[in-house]
Design a protein around this ligand. Structure first.
Ligand code: EPZ
Length: 427
């Protein structure tokens, strides 16, 4: 497994260009299946989850052309009603968005149960509830979800739990359903709004995305579209936390400051200096941070996808911080690895108690999931000595060129490639 080697203690300085939002891209790419003509997507992040999504489209017969590093042209006119195979679906969570799009396109969909980060129990009951409400039937056999409908009929759907994935699948499955669909207790993340804007650019009739009530009136035909994906608020937040942790001075460019409000406010609360501009935010770190309490919540609360990164930052704060994970059952799998670096963290269920220490020391650590990996990078950047991070394929699922971007900010980080456990030649 490839590794990052970080020699910590360097203050990050300079500017970093933020890429397109992973969680918007992995919803919009499957949605191109619904287009009536070619789509050109800009600001697409160059990450492994997107690569898998594009591969799934190609396997189904779509014409997919990568025009440049962040622009893709997709013409799904000739796709066939195919099964999204296990070996691809299990590598990411968002493969289940093909359920909603293929159901709308073919009145039928067969997709293997999704994979993605192991964050505890991740059922799909709310997705299945939506499909059933829209008059579809489903079965789950041998790890494959199959859904079919004679005709999709608009319905009123109340989510028992705020869920990004089910809100997205409900939009995808109802945009051509007969009549009006009303989603209540819907998720409000920026990528929900981005998907709704993309679908409306195809000709859909979606109102209220970004609030907890979304109304979708089914339409008959869609066109193609050119669309630019929003910047990634979590990538930006990760670099902001890294700037603070290394007492550096970093400007994240190409962002929408409003999407980062919960992170900006928390950084200011613990003592970092944060300056906001039209499309960028500058973070100037402090020598030591105040403790704080933090609970992750659905948007506009503090995002769960920033919880591990902030925990890494708070391991060096003065005093005791309390982190409560309000979204997932088990999102503290990175804590054992932070302890190897000298962090003083105890976890009880969904609560982590962090006793700030003076310094962390580099150590060999292992990545459990995407954002856990980001947390270990932040800890390695701020630690004394060398940190070897194994399992970086998790990180490369969701962060474009992270080692390159960090080196450009002055970090001493290198990637060491391994094939079958042996260091690749020339490494
Ligand atoms: C999306 O996951 C994101 N992934 C996650 O980002 C993000 O952490 C999460 O939303 C919350 O913002 C993608 O967009 C690809 P949920 P998703 O459905 O859709 C429960 C990252 O790091 N639930 O909002 O799976 C679920 O178990 C990743 O980029 C049900 O009970 O999240 C969880 O406790 C990690 N039944 C809560 O709801 C369901 O049918 C929120 O899950 C669906 C979800």
């Amino acid at each position: 497994m490839d590794k990052y080697i970080i020699n910590g203690g360097k203050r990050l300085r300079g500017g970093v260009q933020i890429s397109g939002a992973k969680n918007a891209a992995v919803a919009i790419i499957p949605a191109t299946v619904l287009a009536g003509g070619p789509c050109v997507l800009e600001n697409v992040p160059n990450i492994n989850d997107v690569t898998i999504d594009l591969q799934i489209l190609r396997e189904m017969g779509a014409d997919v052309r990568v025009l440049d590093k962040s622009t893709v042209r997709i013409d799904a006119k000739h796709i066939r009603d195919a099964v999204v195979p296990y070996e691809m679906a299990r590598r990411m969570r968002a493969s289940y968005y093909f359920l909603g799009t293929l159901l709308t396109k073919f009145n039928h969909a067969k997709v293997s149960m999704p994979g993605g980060c192991d964050l505890g129990d991740r059922p799909i009951d709310q997705h299945l509830k939506c499909f059933k409400s829209l008059s579809a039937n489903y079965s789950i056999e041998r790890g494959i979800v199959e859904i079919s409908a004679d005709k999709l009929i608009g319905s009123q759907i109340y989510f028992d739990k705020v869920t990004v994935g089910a809100t997205i699948n409900a939009m995808l499955a109802s945009v051509k359903a007969d009549g009006l669909t009303i989603l209540e207790n819907a998720a409000k993340e920026p990528h929900i709004v981005d998907l709704a804007n993309f679908l409306n650019s195809l000709g859909a009739d979606i109102m209220g995305a970004g609030t907890d009530v979304i109304k979708i009136r089914g339409v008959k035909a869609f066109s193609g579209a050119n669309y630019t994906i929003i910047p990634d608020q979590i990538e930006a937040g990760t670099y902001m936390a890294a700037a603070a942790a290394t007492k550096g001075d970093v400007t994240v460019n190409g962002i929408i400051p409003k999407h980062l409000e919960p992170i900006t406010s928390k950084l200011r609360k613990i003592g970092a200096k944060v300056e906001e501009f039209d499309e960028s935010i500058r973070v100037i770190g402090a020598d030591r941070y105040e403790r704080t309490n933090l609970k992750t919540m659905p948007h506009p609360g503090f995002p769960t996808d920033m919880q591990p990164q902030f925990a890494a930052l708070l391991t060096l704060a003065k005093g005791t911080s309390i982190l409560t994970e309000g979204v997932f059952d088990n999102r503290f799998r990175y804590v054992d690895e932070l302890r190897r670096m000298g962090a003083d963290v105890s976890v009880d269920g969904k609560v982590a108690v962090i006793e700030g220490v003076e310094r962390l020391t580099g150590a060999p650590v292992k990545v459990a999931d995407l954002r856990a990996g980001a947390a270990l990078i932040i800890a390695g950047l701020s630690a004394d000595g060398v940190t070897e991070i194994e399992g970086i394929h998790h990180i490369e699922r969701g962060y474009e060129d992270m080692d390159l971007k960090l080196r450009e900010l002055g970090a001493d980080i290198t990637k060491r490639r391994y094939t079958d456990g042996i260091r690749a030649a020339g490494e």
